[in-house]
Design a protein around this ligand. Structure first.
Ligand code: DGY
Length: 435
């Protein structure tokens, strides 16, 4: 039996680098936005000072237009250790990028609102660190303002992502439909990820051509939002990105109330209502009992049974009836496997023809998604689903270790942990679940 608490603390300490946490020491040697958010919540269970520092470091890389970047490259050896590094992204040429540190020019799921509420709840003395909280609230609101101003061209309350990496679910089968629409050039580059992790567990080489091409085009636009909107072939209203945004708005409403920030509170209430309406009116798919995607470029829906399609439940978006349908769906044979002894929640339904048990976002279970779903289903009173999400997360780590992602099928004779090991957000989620 692993001592989950001791192991999780050991991993966060191992991956701590002076003022932030790396997701995994070999594969991802810098600070990633949504990893950092989850890692801060993990730290909040054992060392609140570090949790606050993690967030301060992340926010110090915020762009002048409000964007919080997906990767902050904290040291200059970046380009040797990781590909595509700061040079390939070329985002530091943008007039909006920060002066003191190099970053990418894209973002990632906007978890910081609910992360900040989580940290504040853990504070024993609520009268301390007020400056930190107020200033973080202001930065996160300016991030959301950027999203609503620059990424919601038709005023639908649904912001778009302009790179698949912004979704967090990098090589999801959802994007296959988008990739079918055009051909990027072939990039002859040296990937580093496949020197750390078996190729069969990572996105394919051809997938990378698409990812690099989107960066190339963005760079040619010098990361100007209006120009990227014109030129990029990938503009997607993603249910997880928007669900997380809505959940963060909800948390900001509570924090603004506590801190007497009334105008800001009104602003967040407006955003929250708008995004919830957008999610339910445009993205909820009653025939699938989950949320789908909308491709703004090609003007079509993409329906795919993904774990990500359930995540707006955390924001309180679905009606009670919709939530009940979603509960049935997630416990049904698509997600728990035909033998009903698989683990929740596969990133892609095990019954989908594109399902691959070990390839990154095309099947494996991710614990940070389970955490979002656990909170969401619990909030609606679906305790059986929530308990199952929590128990499966604990069982997977106990069985396979603190991996990046896991085989959702219960092959007892096969190792089921994939990607990076000693993975920070896996440790962070476990710390929340056991505390
Ligand atoms: C990677 O390198 O695979 C990351 O997920 C990109 O953000």
């Amino acid at each position: 039996e692993l001592n989950l608490s001791a192991e999780a603390s050991r991993i966060l300490n191992k991956n701590w680098r002076e003022s932030f946490t790396v997701p995994s020491s070999s594969l991802y040697p810098f600070q990633w936005l949504w990893d950092s958010g989850f890692n801060a919540m993990g730290w909040a269970n054992i060392d609140l000072e570090r949790a606050r520092t993690e967030i301060k470091t992340l926010l110090s890389a915020q762009w002048k237009n409000g964007l919080i970047p997906h990767i902050t490259f904290h040291n200059d050896s970046a380009d040797k250790m990781y590909f595509p590094g700061a040079e390939f992204h070329g985002a530091y040429h943008s007039p909006n990028s920060p002066d003191h540190v190099k970053t990418t020019g894209m973002t990632q799921p906007p978890v910081l609102g609910f992360v900040l509420e989580y940290l504040y709840e853990k504070e024993k003395d609520k009268s301390e660190n007020l400056e930190f909280y107020k200033s973080a609230i202001t930065s996160i609101i300016s991030f959301h303002r950027y999203l609503y101003t620059d990424r919601d061209p038709y005023n639908e309350g649904l912001v778009y992502i302009r790179h698949n990496w912004e979704s967090g679910s990098d090589n999801s089968a959802v994007w296959d439909d988008v990739w079918k629409m055009y051909q990027p050039p072939v990039y002859n580059v040296e990937r580093k990820d496949t020197t750390h992790v078996d190729q069969s567990q990572r996105p394919t080489k051809r997938d990378y051509d698409y990812y690099l091409n989107l960066i190339d085009i963005s760079k040619q636009c010098n990361y100007d939002e209006a120009e990227m909107f014109e030129k990029l072939p990938f503009l997607i209203q993603d249910p997880m990105f928007n669900g997380i945004l809505a959940a963060s708005n909800q948390s900001l409403i509570k924090l603004c109330e506590l801190f007497g920030m009334n105008d800001e509170k009104t602003q967040c209430e407006f955003w929250h209502a708008k995004t919830t309406a957008g999610l339910n009116d445009k993205l909820y798919d009653a025939s699938q009992s989950l949320y789908r995607y909308y491709d703004l470029k090609n003007e079509c829906y993409i329906s795919m049974p993904t774990a990500m399609g359930f995540t707006p439940i955390m924001a309180g978006s679905p009606t009670k009836e919709q939530a009940a349908e979603m509960a049935k769906k997630i416990m049904g044979e698509d997600f728990t496997g035909p033998r009903l002894d698989g683990f929740l929640c596969p990133s892609l339904a095990v019954t989908s023809p594109s399902f691959e048990h070990n390839r990154y976002w095309r099947g494996p279970v991710w614990l940070q998604v389970n955490w979002i779903l656990e909170r969401g289903f619990r909030q609606y009173g679906f305790n059986e689903v929530a308990d199952r999400l929590k128990q499966d997360s604990l069982s997977l780590v106990q069985k396979d270790g603190f991996y990046e992602y896991f085989n959702p099928k219960n092959y007892s004779d096969e190792k089921g942990g994939y990607g990076g090991n000693d993975f920070s957000w896996t440790a962070a989620v476990i710390l929340d679940f056991i505390n």
